[in-house]
Design a protein. Structure first.
Length: 262
């Protein structure tokens, strides 16, 4: 518990100044963290050739930084980029030539990891470029939902939410987490950010609270498949980068998409 608390304090002390500074400091920090997240995913699959891992880091960094300063999130990726990435990972199977060591399943996993991390951390940067309050709002949803889902599950949990993915999560905890996540985030948005109708704010808070839990379960499903408890030990007492940022990344993507239509 002491190690976990110290790590949390260190993370906060490191992240807040970078968040406040923004600009290139935030871009570099987010890019490094994103590549560390990709490393955590790639280390799970032992059969991927080293040269494809190295290439994937460059492709992922390209996606993280692509149009990061554009306010239009749809500018992150376009058809030629999608085709190019697909061809690279398709050709990698042929070039490797040993299906027992590296086949289409490995290639698809590798390509998926690159695109997922690229999209998620591009959004992580883009949201800060738009408004620092949006980042704080997103963290508020994620932390509040997760905290009250845990408390609600411990106090009232009886029905398992998804036992094969996360045995400790319950339906009751999920509901309580979503309700509290919606309430707290809506209050924050209405009084600190404003500019939206209260019903749209509440709806947005509810949707993003659900996405927070989806992100948690999605990344947990990968860990369960590979039978690991944490993605890494980069953060003592907390696990890896993706163990800490799984839900917030989905919230940020959801917020960016929601903001395009309201």
């Amino acid at each position: 518990m002491k190690t976990r608390l110290i790590s949390a304090i260190v993370m906060i002390m490191l992240f807040i100044p970078i968040l406040l500074l923004g600009d290139i400091y935030y871009v570099v920090f987010s890019s490094i963290v994103g590549l560390m997240g990709l490393w955590e995913l790639l280390r799970l699959e032992k059969k991927i050739p080293s040269y494809m891992k190295l290439l994937s880091y460059f492709i992922c960094l390209f996606l993280i930084l692509y149009n990061y300063n554009s306010l239009d999130y749809f500018n992150i990726i376009n058809f030629p980029i999608v085709v190019g990435i697909f061809l690279i990972y398709s050709l990698s199977i042929i070039i490797n030539g040993d299906l027992s060591n590296y086949n289409y399943k490995d290639s698809i996993y590798l390509m998926s990891c690159v695109i997922i991390i690229g999209l998620l951390f591009n959004g992580f940067i883009k949201l800060r470029m738009i408004n620092i309050l949006f980042v704080i709002y997103s963290f508020t949803i994620s932390i509040t939902t997760d905290t009250f889902a845990y408390i609600g599950g411990r106090l009232f949990g009886k029905h398992k939410l998804s036992p094969s993915i996360s045995p400790n999560k319950t339906v009751e905890g999920s509901i309580i987490g979503s309700v509290m996540g919606t309430i707290v985030s809506s209050i924050f948005y209405y009084f600190i950010i404003g500019k939206l109708d209260i019903l749209l704010i509440i709806l947005m808070g509810f949707i993003l609270s659900i996405l927070s839990q989806v992100g948690d379960l999605f990344f947990s499903s990968i860990k369960r498949y590979y039978k690991v408890k944490d993605y890494s030990n980069l953060i003592p007492g907390h696990g890896g980068i993706l163990d800490r940022l799984d839900s917030i990344l989905f919230v940020i993507l959801g917020f960016l998409m929601y903001s395009l239509y309201v």
